[in-house]
Design a protein around this ligand. Structure first.
Ligand code: CA
Length: 420
């Protein structure tokens, strides 16, 4: 097993097998720049590049890692990503002396994670949110339309999605104020305006697009994974009462656009390869442009923890897996572009809520509490149906290797009271 000269605990998400990219700023000052996470540390790639140690074919732009976003690197494509990743892995390995024995360079390039502030990894031009979990779509459909009409007739033929809002995508650790909006309570004759009383989470994963495609030139499913730079955790905060009133006929609008949180470390698709698995069987067989030609998903264990203001410790409320998703990332990319829409470097696509067949695998409170009829019991005696002010949500996820993990770290967000 490959090891780094930097100590990494077996449970650490940031093994040398992972090396996720992020954008950070040292707390003591300095410009935002790009690094990779390793154990409790960050390797500052702007320093490594500046020292001339990242010369790989195709990496033509000097100072690409001194930039405040990953967009330019994302645009270079899979071959360059792979070479750069291989080079960084080599520099961090315990057998390689170049960095290991160069104490001054180590001093300049390796920072403690506690000494930096993590920033959004990319300038996100467009954010698209899908609805790719059959269990989630079935549960929500059952609650809103009854068991017989749970899945709409299009659902098993195409990955349903909508255009989200990129301006309100925020990094882990950002507090979210409870949104206000229009709602129409069940028995009311007219809508009311006020703070949402049905604030929810959605456990999702997102992926950043690499080079993208020209407008009018769709990305074939067989080549769609080449467009995936890497994955992050996504919490697509949702105000269910605002959503229920506004969503027809064009889908959710303000109920989701107030905030979407993402985790800071972008895990390269290549790091997930050892964890590739088949997705669910698809019946009916999708149309040819959506055909899968190989195992198309990854075994990523996912958890959500909740901590109320009166709780001493957080409590696990969801435990599920990325591989349960019905539609693969490649199918979602192919479908997104098939009519001619162009994707650009740094675009964010997200899966939609990830649910499984068991109760604890349901990826949002709406499903977990079955629209409020089965409240969650918390260890301090409280109950939860929807999020309350001061609730802190932490999402996490990882692939378990033999003696190491490839993980996503944590995605946290806390609900603050409505702004008057
Ligand atoms: Ca969503």
């Amino acid at each position: 097993m490959m090891k780094s000269f930097i100590h990494v605990e077996p449970e650490s998400h940031f093994s040398i097998q992972n090396l996720p990219y992020g954008v950070f700023r040292p707390v003591k000052g300095g410009k935002p720049r790009i690094g990779v996470a390793i154990g409790e540390y960050i390797l500052d790639l702007s320093v490594i590049e500046g020292a001339g140690l990242l010369k790989v074919t195709g990496l033509i732009q000097d100072g690409i890692f001194a930039q405040p976003t990953l967009n330019a690197f994302m645009a270079l494509g899979k071959d360059v990503w792979s070479k750069v990743r291989g080079r960084i892995q080599q520099l961090l390995s315990e057998e390689e002396a170049t960095l290991r024995d160069h104490l001054a360079l180590r001093d300049a390039a390796i920072l403690k994670m506690s000494d930096v502030e993590l920033l959004l990894p990319a300038q996100i031009g467009d954010y698209t949110d899908f609805y790719a979990s059959k269990e989630h779509a079935t549960n929500v459909g059952t609650m809103f339309r009854g068991k017989e009409n749970a899945l709409m007739s299009n659902w098993t033929h195409l990955p349903v999605g909508y255009h989200g809002r990129s301006s309100s995508v925020v990094i882990s650790g950002t507090d979210i104020h409870r949104p206000k909006g229009q709602m129409k309570p069940k028995d009311a004759d007219a809508p009311i305006f006020g703070p949402s009383k049905q604030l929810d989470i959605e456990l999702e994963m997102g992926w950043f697009i690499g080079p993208g495609n020209e407008q009018g030139k769709p990305i074939a499913a067989a080549h769609a994974e080449e467009q995936i730079f890497g994955l992050v955790l996504v919490n697509d905060w949702s105000a269910r009462d605002i959503q229920a009133w506004e969503y027809q006929p064009l889908g959710p609008f303000l109920s989701k656009s107030f905030a979407t949180s993402i985790s800071p470390w972008v895990v390269p698709l290549e790091a997930l390869e050892p964890f590739r698995v088949d997705g669910p069987n698809q019946d009916p067989t999708p149309l040819p442009y959506l055909h899968k030609n190989k195992a198309s998903t990854f075994d990523i264990h996912l958890e959500v923890h909740l901590k109320g203001k009166d709780m001493e410790q957080s409590q696990k409320i969801i435990s599920t897996n990325f591989s349960y998703l019905y539609w693969s990332m490649a199918q979602q990319i192919s479908h997104h572009t098939v009519a001619g829409c162009n994707l650009r470097p740094g675009d964010l696509l997200a899966s939609g809520t990830i649910s499984g067949s068991k109760k604890e695998e349901r990826g949002c409170l709406l499903e977990l509490t079955w629209r409020g009829s089965e409240p969650i019991k918390l260890t301090n005696g409280e109950q939860r149906v929807w999020l309350e002010d001061e609730d802190e949500i932490t999402m996490t996820g990882w692939c378990q290797g033999d003696g190491y993990r490839v993980g996503f770290g944590e995605l946290t967000g806390r609900i603050l009271p409505v702004i008057d």
